[in-house]
Design a protein around this ligand. Structure first.
Ligand code: ACO
Length: 402
């Protein structure tokens, strides 16, 4: 006759796992990750094959709909996206309000949240699959336009409108770096590099931002609100913000004379808050397969573009020293995806403050796929428990006697 659920509530009997280090929050069929063996697969396809052979838009389709598209499906997906790349002209007014030095990630999360206001039909309860799909297409299309406009506004330049004759990545690079005053041709080497980077960032199972998207969406919040929350979660330097932090760190080491041993010693010193940015990962304890691909891509792209970047040499030296140092070896700290990605972004011409925005652009299909899976599986609202450790009982005191 004992009601166990009530008993648990009264005694505070819950699983305590601060930081969710070993708590599964869902069952998912999207991304497989083995941190011990350094394996990452999207829908069963190894990341190495996708990065080598696929395009970002094809991978987006795979993540969201579960299968690689055939020719017609891919052409239709690309066509649908290209039809929605324009954003409402009134959205340009946001840029008049943002201070010129405001961080691109703050702008991006506000702009994506604001898309719900410009698409009120997305707020309707009980949307059909077709209606949900339309919002997904609009979001993928408009985010690339908004990201390029954030870049343009940071320069004080007029925005460039989408040209839908181009594929998704070429269009994005065109809007980001093209001028309205002259013809701009996007180098295929650059398009290839961007596709690789976006693919490598496209999903990563249950991390801080993805779990945020799922938990916000679980309250039935709309797609734009859920993704905007994910963007905010990604901003932090312990997550997506690390790619900006890596370049800032490498620049600092360069300005300090390039003494990598000194900075490795700082990272090991427990009284010094400095951490080697781009090193370590909650799940990968052997190597990050994305970092392996990016390191090679970094060498190839810099060579093809004829860019000679001193910070790449510093990064390689740091890695070499750290991988032999018992502190890093014992704690299984290896370069993660962010360690080399920033060097490529820089070679492509992006300013440092845009790096995390590019991570968000790449992660968008993963967030969408995870949001859609959570909805399809009709998961209950996310609502963790806690163990209360505060004062147990006291009486209110009037302010005059405090
Ligand atoms: N430099 C120096 N020491 C480190 C580093 C680092 N980059 N990362 C971890 N450590 C040390 C910790 O001080 C700790 O040492 P201790 O056991 O002596 O106390 C030990 O390694 C374990 O670290 P935790 O912080 O407990 O590991 P956690 O899994 O919580 O954190 C994280 C993982 C956040 C990625 C961490 O390694 C870190 O801060 N790295 C730098 C930031 C970074 O690159 N983030 C990007 C992550 S990848 C991504 O989001 C795409």
């Amino acid at each position: 006759g004992i009601d166990i659920s009530k008993l648990r509530d009264q005694t505070g009997y819950v699983t305590l796992d601060i930081g969710y280090k070993n708590t599964g929050a869902t069952k998912s069929a999207i991304t497989f990750l083995d941190g011990e063996l350094g394996i990452l697969k999207y829908r069963g396809y190894p990341i190495e094959q996708l990065a080598e052979k696929s395009t970002f838009i094809e991978v987006a389709y795979l993540l969201i709909y579960g299968e690689l598209p055939n020719k017609e499906q891919l052409a239709d997906f690309e066509f649908q996206i290209s039809r929605h790349t324009l954003v409402h002209e009134d959205m340009k007014k946001f840029f008049d309000g943002f201070p010129s030095k405001s961080h691109p990630m703050g702008q991006l999360s506000s702009l994506i949240g604001a898309l719900a206001a410009f698409n009120p039909e997305s707020l309707k309860q009980g949307l059909t699959n077709e209606e949900v799909n339309l919002e997904i297409i609009k979001l993928i299309a408009k985010m690339s336009t908004l990201v390029s406009w954030i870049h343009k506004k940071s320069l004080g330049h007029p925005v460039t409108y989408p040209q839908n004759k181009h594929d998704y990545v070429t269009n994005f690079m065109h809007m980001t770096f093209g001028e309205i005053t002259e013809e701009y041709v996007v180098d295929p080497v650059v398009v290839d590099a961007m596709n690789k980077l976006l693919i490598l960032h496209a999903d990563h199972e249950q991390n801080c931002s993805t779990s945020t998207v799922r938990i916000v969406g679980s309250s039935d919040a709309n797609l734009y609100a859920s993704i905007s929350a994910g963007i905010s979660a990604l901003w932090g330097p312990l997550h997506g913000g690390a790619n900006q932090a890596v370049i800032e760190m490498l620049e600092k080491i360069k300005a300090d004379g390039g003494d990598t041993d000194k900075w490795i010693a700082k990272a090991k010193d427990k009284n010094d808050p400095f951490r080697l940015m781009g090193f370590g990962h909650r799940v990968y304890k052997n190597f990050d397969p994305r970092a392996k691909i990016i390191k090679k891509a970094c060498d190839d792209i810099l060579e093809k573009l004829g860019v000679n970047d001193e910070v790449l040499e510093i990064a390689k030296k740091l890695e070499e020293v750290a991988l032999k140092d018992p502190y890093f070896v014992e704690r299984k700290l290896y370069p993660n995806v962010d360690f080399y990605s920033g060097i490529i972004y820089r070679a492509l011409g992006f300013p440092t403050e845009m790096f995390t925005v590019l991570f968000a652009l790449g992660r968008l299909p993963g967030w969408i796929a995870q949001w859609k899976e959570m909805k399809t599986n009709k998961e209950p609202i996310g609502r963790p428990r806690q163990i209360y450790v505060g004062v147990s009982d006291r009486d209110y005191k009037d302010i005059s006697s405090r």
